[in-house]
Design a protein around this ligand. Structure first.
Ligand code: PEP
Ligand code: MN
Length: 358
């Protein structure tokens, strides 16, 4: 029997970003006993962006997780990034493995992991790669399938961008999980609102959005004292907050009486909403850059309005718009508004005596 199968009730996967202590695991597992959590997630080896951060407890964590599994009768999932991790996971009877976003970008590594999984019949979850590339994501899934892994779920955890947005730690780029669903409709698709938002206050809203988009489940990071967590402190929520979140979710049961077209209408509105959010985040990013430019212009005694530069912008943007089949007039108007706001902001800086010192 498959661990991952389609059902009308969402799959809930929860647990700490990283295993920190036996007591931490106990506190979480005890709280989960009265909640519909199907899988206990926990990081044993942590892929950290910079050296010097907490990198996980390793094998000791696996021994504690086995105790939790036996005492609370809950299946355990961990991230594996090396064949040696798989060997240890098997030794400590881990039930489900997942490949992290940083591993999935590397086909060599994914293949090494797939080779170690040959003949092992464990369910595997595959996070999206950090880069917004649906083929790379599907490629990792196919590498698992080719060695006989059939019990698979994909996890949407968002994508890295250079421009840091204030709303998301990792941009959702909904179009990518939707494309995955279009190409592989039978695949179980889980949303990870913790890594997408990066902020505990936004996890519930993102979870609801994922449910509205038709995801099959959620993976949510939980910690008894999130602010004391050794990794991802800002995004973890307490088991109590998780329980509230689950109880507050509006799970859409498919309305058979609703016409398919109505459902599609709704679906496209949801997508449109998230594109609008992305536009706003980009305009905000542009205004930040305008602010930096304004400070420089003030120091260099340049005027805020540079007609030459403005003519270039309009010419190049209307050209790009035309190449994309858009009305150049529309794009000209939009950019005129944005440019006006930007110049006004810079003029405000020129008047403010405090902005020349950095
Ligand atoms: C995690 O789930 O804790 C994790 C490291 O995730 P990701 O691979 O999505 O960054
Ligand atoms: Mn994490």
């Amino acid at each position: 029997m498959s661990f991952f199968s389609k059902s009308s009730a969402p799959i809930y996967i929860a647990g700490p970003c990283s295993v920190e202590s036996k007591e931490q695991l106990h506190q979480i597992a005890r709280a989960f006993q009265s909640m519909p959590i199907q899988l206990f997630r926990a990081g044993v080896w942590k892929p950290r962006t910079r050296p010097g951060s907490f990198e996980g407890m390793g094998e000791q964590a696996l021994a504690w997780l086995l105790e939790i599994k036996n005492e609370f009768n809950i299946p355990i999932a961990i991230e594996v990034a090396e064949p040696a991790h798989i060997e240890l996971a098997l030794r400590y009877q881990v039930d489900v493995l997942w490949l992290g976003a940083r591993t999935v970008v590397n086909p060599f590594q994914v293949q090494r992991l797939a080779d170690s999984l040959q003949g092992v019949h464990l369910p595997v979850m595959i996070k999206n790669p950090v880069t917004p590339d649906v083929d790379l994501w599907i490629g990792a899934i196919e590498r698992m399938e080719k060695v006989g892994i059939t019990d698979i779920a994909a996890i949407h955890r968002g994508f890295s961008t250079y421009a840091k947005s204030t709303t998301y730690r990792n941009e959702p780029n909904w179009i990518i999980p939707i494309e995955l669903k279009r190409r592989r409709p039978e695949l179980i698709l889980i949303n990870d609102p913790s890594h997408i938002t990066g902020q505990s206050a936004h996890v519930a809203a993102m979870s609801q959005r994922a449910m509205d988009m038709g995801f099959d489940g959620l993976m949510i990071e939980t910690h008894p004292q999130p602010s004391k967590a050794l990794s991802d402190a800002a995004q973890q929520i307490t088991p109590e907050a998780l329980w509230q979140l689950i109880q507050g979710l509006n799970i859409r049961t498919p309305h058979l009486e609703t016409s398919n077209q109505l459902a599609q209408l709704d679906f496209y509105r949801q997508l449109m909403d998230s594109v609008d959010d992305e536009i706003i985040a980009l305009i905000a990013r542009r205004m930040e850059l305008s602010n930096q430019l304004g400070v420089l212009k003030k120091e260099m005694n340049l005027s805020a309005y540079q007609p030459e530069r403005w003519r270039e912008i309009i010419a190049s943007k209307t050209h790009t718009a035309a190449l994309k089949g858009l009305d150049p007039q529309l794009i000209k108007q939009v950019f005129e508004q944005i440019h006006d706001a930007s110049i006004n902001h810079q003029l405000g800086l020129f008047l403010d005596p405090t902005t020349s010192e950095k």
